[in-house]
Design a protein around this ligand. Structure first.
Ligand SMILES: [Zn+2]
Length: 464
């Protein structure tokens, strides 16, 4: 009897790993890194709860590290099978996995230099070389619903999930003893009407469904992010102040630039110099422009009038450190978009050092700021913060735009589920904090009357 077990994103939002086992073999859906508190992160260091060498293939829903970041470690533990993903996902994994490895190596290095390690010497979870070995296993598959043969007894279909470039819902067909079970994984589902990429497509019929619940207990802000951006940019232009936007390099940075370009085209804001100061964001923008099959109708329309919809009218190149320094010397109204999105590292720190004390400047938060990060301190209104080892006063204006999100809220998940051609036998709600997952499960059972579970870490279910 085939089984489905949950080894991550069960009772939490990170570490996504779902294992299907049958007489024919084992297939893992997503291979995510645990992020957050110690208890979760320690799991990255433990022996995997199942034999990596005995897993025949990995199917990746999308490139975010909480869905792919364990892969290099999994390869170290002996996994050698193919890793299936869409073209957009492969492009972004080639940017994100080596970066994740560098962060692991830097952290180990820091621990050794500052002697803050229980194990001397501190080792990285994996190295850039491990990341390259994982990337060598990638097999690109179309995400337009074609049947893909995975390994004996398993095939899969990928469809657009609209969350970030390449993000896919994955339907796994498990054949065993002459019968077939269809198990659908939503992956992370995008918001409808997001710029650039297409909306989530309707789910195909399935026997079992695993659905995400990041926003299972929340609805998105009603103020359109574009209107908020317009208001903030106009005000800054009028007083000649700089705008600093900390943004995640993949997805969010592209979305912001796209909206600024639209506002310029519609003559709703003056044209200001815009600098995206992040090499990763530049690489991700190229991937977004290259993977044409995922761009939405609106993007195609924009492309007719403008060959580069992800560029504003006065965009400054900022790929090298010298470019970055040149931006530092600029005066007057300008927009700087830089990573990391929570200001806990990266080039944004140099801009923060100059602009946080400037009462004419604005810092605009467009994403979640985790506790303990510099972004959180600034967003919470701290009068003084430590940046690159220096205490500086915070005198700039603080703005927050809440409407940006790459995730469907609970009503959008319900809207997506309404597209199912027939009720599934059983629904598993995952990828949510416990309250969010429980709320999502309640919304689903109330709306549809289906049998819904919120699996715990390590829980196993028979696919009857
Ligand atoms: Zn994601």
């Amino acid at each position: 009897m085939a089984t489905l077990s949950f080894w991550g994103a069960a009772g939490s939002v990170t570490g996504s790993k779902y294992l299907i086992e049958s007489q024919n073999g084992r297939v893992l859906i997503d291979c995510g890194l645990f992020q957050g508190g110690h208890e979760l992160r320690d799991r990255n260091w433990q022996e995997p709860p199942f034999n990596a060498a005995a897993v025949n293939a990995v199917l990746i829903t999308h490139a975010h590290i909480d869905h792919t970041g364990y892969l290099p470690r999994f390869v170290r533990h002996g996994f050698r099978g193919p890793v299936y993903c869409s073209r957009g996902t492969a492009d972004l994994m080639r940017i994100l996995l080596p970066d994740s490895a560098r962060l692991q190596e830097e952290e180990a290095d820091y621990r050794n230099r500052h002697k803050v390690t229980k194990h001397a010497p501190a080792l990285p979870l994996y190295t850039e070389q491990d990341a390259r070995e994982a990337l060598n296993l990638l097999q690109i598959v179309p995400n337009s619903g074609e049947l893909v043969r995975v390994v004996k007894g398993f095939s899969a279909e990928y469809r657009i999930a609209g969350h970030i470039l390449g993000s896919s819902q994955v339907l796994v067909r498990v054949e065993e003893a002459g019968s077939e079970r269809k198990v659908l994984f939503s992956g992370d589902l995008g918001k409808y009407d997001q710029p650039i990429i297409r909306d989530p497509v309707a789910p195909p019929a399935c026997d079992y469904l695993t659905v995400e619940s990041t926003y299972g207990d929340r609805l998105h802000d009603v103020e359109e992010p574009k209107i908020a951006l317009e208001r903030i940019i106009k005000a800054a232009a009028a007083r000649g102040g700089a705008i600093l936007i900390p943004a995640f390099a993949v997805g969010r940075a592209q979305e912001i630039v796209y909206l600024i370009r639209e506002l310029e085209d519609e003559q709703r804001i003056p044209i200001l110099p815009v600098c995206v100061d992040s090499p990763m964001a530049a690489a991700a923008t190229q991937a977004y422009a290259r993977v044409k099959e995922e761009q939405d109708e609106e993007y195609a329309l924009a492309l007719k009038h403008n060959p580069r919809p992800m560029q504003t009218h006065s965009m400054l190149a900022c790929s090298t450190r010298d470019d970055s320094k040149r931006i530092n010397g600029m005066q007057g109204a300008r927009i700087i978009i830089s990573a990391s999105g929570m200001m806990n590292g990266g080039r944004i720190l140099h801009h923060a050092l100059r602009l946080l004390p400037d009462e004419n400047a604005s810092v605009v938060f467009v994403g979640y700021q985790a506790a303990g990060t510099l972004g959180r301190h600034v967003a919470d209104g701290d009068q003084q913060v430590k940046v690159l080892g220096q205490w500086i006063p915070v005198r700039c204006r603080i703005e927050k735009i809440g409407g940006f999100s790459a995730h469907a809220d609970w009503k959008e998940v319900v809207r997506w589920l309404e597209g199912l051609p027939a009720p599934p036998k059983r629904v598993f709600v995952t990828h949510g904090e416990p309250e969010a997952a429980t709320a999502m499960a309640n919304h689903i059972s109330k709306q549809f009357g289906w049998q819904v579970e919120t699996p715990q870490y390590g829980e196993r279910f028979e696919l009857v």
